[in-house]
Write a protein that binds this ligand. Sequence first.
Ligand code: MGD
Ligand code: MGD
Ligand code: SF4
Ligand code: MO
Length: 694
Amino acid sequence: MRTTDLSTAVTATHCPYCALQCGMNLRPVPDGAGVVVEERADFPVNGGALCGKGRTAPAVLSSRVRLTEPLVRTHAGRLEPATWEEALDAVAGGLARTGRAHGPDAVGVFGGGGLTNEKAYALGKFARVALRTSQIDYNGRFCMSSAAAAHQRAFGLDRGLPFPLEDIPRTGCVILVGSNPAETMPPALRYLTELKANGGTLIVIDPRRTRTAEHADLHLAPRPGTDLALALGLLHLVVAQGRTDEEFIAARTTGWAQARAAAMAHWPELVERITGVPVPRLREAAELFCAPSSAMVLTARGPEQQSKGTDTVGAWINLCLATGRAGRPYSGYGCLTGQGNGQGGREHGQKADQLPGYRKLTDPAARAHVAGVWGVDPATLPGPGRSAYELLDSLGTDVRALLLMGSNPVVSAPRVAHVEERIRSLDFLAVADVVLSETAALADVVLPVTQWAEETGTTTNLEGRVLLRRRALTPPPGVRTDLEVLHGLADRLGIEKGFPTDPEEVFGELRRASAGGPADYAGITYARIEAEQGVFWPCPQDGAGTPRLFLDRFATDDGRARFAAVSHRDAAEVPDADYPLLLTTGRVVAQYQSGAQTRRVAELNAAAPGPFVELHPRLAARIGVVDGSPLAVVSRRGRCVAPARVTDAIRADTVFMPFHWPGEGRANNLTNPALDPVSGMPEFKVCAVRVEPA
Ligand SMILES: Nc1nc2c(c(=O)[nH]1)N[C@H]1C(S)=C(S)[C@@H](COP(=O)(O)OP(=O)(O)OC[C@H]3O[C@@H](n4cnc5c(=O)[nH]c(N)nc54)[C@H](O)[C@@H]3O)O[C@H]1N2
Ligand SMILES: Nc1nc2c(c(=O)[nH]1)N[C@H]1C(S)=C(S)[C@@H](COP(=O)(O)OP(=O)(O)OC[C@H]3O[C@@H](n4cnc5c(=O)[nH]c(N)nc54)[C@H](O)[C@@H]3O)O[C@H]1N2
Ligand code: SF4
Ligand SMILES: [Mo]
């Protein structure tokens, strides 16, 4: 343990929100009134720049907006303050009772990609060792799971970006697919403007002309849900124009013949009909991508949050492989991960099918290794469980008690009215959170936990760079860390050892559990992270980190990347006479996710006070609404009302809503839980709706 005087020392740390994990300094305010954020110029990823969320993050540390004591629901149905002993007894009792009555798989765990590596690791271990349940998954399933699955399939390994962000300005062309960093990672925009300053070109593919698209040399605005056809159409053109890299294909890939045949069935005119993108624009994109000697494709949630997200990402990877733009310097495919620890959160065992180190729960050797570190018989480890939506959908029937840590599904899950009803039908719900989120408000027990600046732990940013957040501030007396919560619960469930509360001790165990696995953290220590401005995994014991992957070989058994033989298919729901429009959903710069944290910050609320519906002026005129007037959006699953925002920056057949708010503007009332068959990702980015004045 390091001892620092927290009342005076400036602490170098990272933002609590998105996957960029911007570096920042926290300076204590005299008289113990918290901390202020200051620029931390030495951290290379953001070079001192922060967005408004990062700058205002300390506001959520205030006792005025956060939870400071445990709450237990009384017989009268109210949440009332309780002691930690009472609250932990109630949670352990509630989970154990359900397990005894209905079997271990009747107890579920739902985690979050914002949790540190230490917490995600401890939560997965808690589910498998203390609860013996297979029923654990997390909100990352809603985030980058399709890209992760496509990565695994093509490269044998899933690290969002196989190269550091600093490589982006050095490539010749970037195709940015369904990603809006101007709003979702503002300090990262500089990598794209530097690219252009260096003479590179930027293509943005988004049904909306976003603030990011404003920077593009070419903006393609496809119909939502048609990116798979678009990628295949570009590959078709590349083949037709003889721009493939046959030497690379022969030396470093497998499966080209089938993938090529599938792409050749997507001729440009057909792709124009499916996507709405004119053939000349497709040709222009293919030309811009092929002209320089290096190029990248980067995707985010636009093409991924679809019921065919895995195949769609596979098609974009095909384009990179066919042109030799993968596994080479300044070229490749990457996914921009979303949450603060979206990358690390999927590597250490809170995902339904995974063990630490990105090992597979179905692999006997992986089970034996991890069981050895945990000191349990491998036979006692449960098998894979359900994916996040399937888990939420099973609440109250198969899964009857739930421990939730780090997510607010009552706002963020698809078909959310149904999910809320499932959560309300649970026999027992415990929520650990920093604020009384909409989901915590439904709990039987609410456990108030410490926040980013009040505890130490590691996160892994979108580059696969493992970072350290040091405790900068003493938490209020009534809160405990998530690790202390898990320790207290395990203890009450009769597991006395194996759930330490010191993050560095947990990290030491995580290193051993991950050693030799795909996401190998064995050589990473807190001291090394601080000395090297983060360490890129894989980093074996006594080895160096790995900023750039795949330069010599891909992580498949034969070292070759695998093409995916994929064809276009429609979204699960397409427009018809009753629901003639497409809805897509996403984010605005001043709010984060379900808004549980950022809706509690005055400055952010002033900038983004509530939900809205973006629609094109032609559509607005046709239905008779003007900017600002209330608009109802109706899908087969529900209805929303929010003010109209009329803009010609969106396709006329599509409306857009951000999903950050509860209430009548809760966008997920409308969304379709149709799942990608490989990744379990719901179709957040496309469903059929109608709109009418409200
Ligand atoms: N301000 C803010 N920043 C955040 C977050 C936040 O909530 N708020 N969340 C963080 C997290 S967890 C994540 S995952 C990332 C997400 O980061 P992004 O993926 O950049 O965010 P989104 O707004 O969900 O989607 C990006 C774009 O996809 C477009 N899109 C919609 N449908 C389609 C489609 O069918 N095809 C294509 N090509 N594009 C489509 C939308 O118009 C939108 O502009 O942001 C992170 N950063
Ligand atoms: N319609 C639509 N819906 C979407 C999306 C979309 O694009 N469109 N995007 C999806 C995506 S990409 C994501 S990532 C999800 C995210 O949606 P959620 O999972 O709801 O994410 P958050 O709002 O970040 O919820 C995190 C919760 O954990 C709490 N918390 C923060 N830090 C900690 C901690 O250290 N410990 C504990 N115990 N609690 C903590 C916060 O206060 C908050 O209540 O939403 C998905 N939902
Ligand atoms: S871009 Fe992301 S990490 Fe950086 S300050 Fe904003 S929310 Fe925080
Ligand atoms: Mo996300």
